[in-house]
Design a protein around this ligand. Structure first.
Ligand code: G6Q
Length: 543
């Protein structure tokens, strides 16, 4: 069954939220803390090794109650059942959305078209396990008899961002293999990586669900030609494997069936790192750690499915996001991990969040009359404090931010970790409380130009943050965190009454690029273009 089609703006809760917004829009969060000494504990969810503190947000008890009413009126519960149950909720592409099945328990049953998909998932996992083991322990040899020491993932979008982010985030757990990612069709990208490689000891993992993606096939072909300069066609089997649903195309490329790791059309690219798309993760950190990542995601799936909405982390996070997006008119949200390991986390989330919910038509086919989507951005702290934090603290825009930090560092340098975490806590406190003119003027007493400078030194505060305090960055906790954002995306899509799992918005540019490439091949302009593009194409063709 498909998702229900209910416009959020037609609900009673939406109207109540509008009225409520006008009542509380200027209230300072600090005044709510003063009125309610229990606020911090009441608005915190302690779950597993996660402490999620929502209390530094521009919400009071009534806001939460109305947001939860909105979720009820839109029948979020029914949507969650359909999501996990394998219903065709990706209606515009006629597919189920079952990345959750990839991390379901071995004895679970998940049906697609009447077929339980868990046994096939388990079979692919076993293949990932044994293949990873043979590469890591050196049993698998390259064409000259040497063990593999380098992995290159060739893919783009969902076939690159997830594995690249996880491998980087888990680099503490990385084994002796070196891992590179080639994605951009920019030939300089692949050339720079090739400079570092020895064909005798490198394994190439071509990841493409469709196996028709221009960037990936171009990079894979360039790499295969480079490889064949030192090796023969039979050696390809020892050095190239593929992850795809398109077995025929992979074979046509010259990869043996044994070297293909299947995936399924019910796994969306941007949610596919849990499938064989994550092969480079398993190779880099070992299958056990890959399995722990999946286990963490499964625990978050269970929390999302089972916890009541008022204690449900992804539900609360999504409701807050809607609150800021649709009532406060916030355009963007920042994600600031206080861990250098998570430096690619916001980039990864950009695809998941913006490709899923950057939609302008509702589930009835009508243009939206309200905002959807959120612009996501961020960089690790403390670096970002010295970069864009000024705008968050004193700029004119409202930027709700997620702060993600860990109680224990991985290398155990307590001195550094305390410094890092003191910044982590200080920033959210500063964003909350700000600094008023009395505080500034007492600090500036007797200083030259004190009166003139005073307004520039005031911080209004009341800038919302949610704190995710997690015990430690492990494969399991990372799995939980990624799955949390996946479910947040889902809930937001349900509320906005949109289809989150297609991505037609990336098609038009691809089509036009194809026809422009034909013009380059012909050496002249063949089609009609707008005047600006014509001028630019002429300049390029004549260069
Ligand atoms: C993600 C998108 C997109 C996709 C890439 C790569 O949800 O579908 O980013 O992952 O375009 O596609 P292939 O895996 O088919 O090469």
């Amino acid at each position: 069954m498909s998702l229900k089609n209910i416009s959020p703006v037609s609900t009673a809760a939406w109207q109540k939220l509008k009225d409520h917004y006008y009542k509380i829009k200027d209230t300072h969060i600090m005044s709510w803390f003063e009125d309610d000494t229990e606020r911090a504990t009441k608005m915190t969810v302690n779950w597993n090794d996660f402490l999620v503190d929502f209390s530094k947000n521009r919400v009071n008890d009534t806001t939460w109650q109305l947001l939860l009413e909105l979720a009820q009126e839109l029948d979020l519960k029914d949507a969650i059942d359909k999501y996990f149950g394998g219903d065709i909720i990706n209606e515009t592409e006629g597919r189920a959305v079952l990345h959750t099945a990839l991390r379901a328990a071995e004895d679970a049953q998940v049906y697609v078209d009447g077929l339980d998909v868990i046994p096939e998932i388990q079979a692919v996992k076993e293949k990932i396990n044994s293949f990873s083991e043979s590469i890591i322990n050196g049993a698998h040899k390259g064409f000259s008899g040497k063990p593999i020491d380098t992995i290159v993932n060739i893919g783009i979008g969902g076939s690159d961002l997830g594995p690249a982010m996880v491998v980087d985030s888990l680099s503490y757990y990385q084994n002796h293999l070196k891992t590179y990612f080639v994605s951009n069709v920019d030939g300089d990208h692949v050339s720079e990586i090739l400079k570092k490689l020895n064909p005798e000891t490198t394994l190439f993992v071509i990841v493409s669900k469709t196996f028709t993606t221009q960037e990936t096939i171009s990079n894979a072909s360039t790499i295969r030609s480079w490889f064949l300069k030192s090796a023969s066609q039979e050696d390809v089997a020892k050095h190239f494997v593929a992850v795809s649903t398109n077995i025929a195309k992979v074979k046509e490329f010259g990869i043996a069936e044994d070297n293909i790791f299947p995936m399924w059309d019910w796994v969306g690219g941007r949610f596919s790192l849990w499938s064989a798309v994550g092969l480079s993760i398993s190779l880099s950190v070992g299958y056990e750690n890959f399995d722990q990542l999946l286990e963490g995601a499964r625990e978050m799936d269970e929390h999302f499915k089972d916890a009541s909405f008022d204690k449900n982390i992804p539900v609360l996070a999504a409701l807050l996001s809607v609150w800021y997006n649709n009532f406060f008119g916030a355009e963007s949200q920042a994600v600031i991990p206080y861990s250098q390991y998570l430096s690619q986390f916001a980039t990864y989330l950009q695809q998941g969040i913006m490709e899923s919910n950057g939609k302008g038509v509702d589930r009835a086919g009508n243009p939206l009359t309200y905002q959807s989507g959120t612009i996501i951005w961020g960089e690790p702290g403390s670096n970002s404090q010295h970069a864009f934090f000024q705008l968050i603290h004193q700029g004119t825009k409202l930027i709700p931010a997620d702060f993600i930090g860990f109680k224990y560092s991985l290398h155990g340098n307590k001195d550094h970790h305390d410094k890092l975490m003191s910044n982590f806590f200080a920033q959210t406190e500063a964003l909350l409380k700000g600094k008023n003119s009395d505080e500034v003027s007492s600090e500036m007493t007797g200083k030259k130009d004190a009166d003139r400078i005073l307004p520039y030194k005031i911080f209004s505060g009341n800038r919302p943050t949610t704190t995710y305090l997690i015990d430690q960055l492990t494969p399991k906790s990372l799995g939980k965190l990624i799955a949390m954002y996946e479910h947040k995306i889902f809930v937001e899509g349900v509320i906005w009454n949109i289809f989150s799992y297609d991505q037609f918005g990336v098609e038009l540019g691809k089509q036009l690029a194809g026809s422009i490439l034909e013009e380059f091949e012909a050496g002249k302009i063949l089609k009609s273009h707008d005047p600006s593009t014509s001028q630019l194409l002429k300049s390029y063709i004549n260069s």
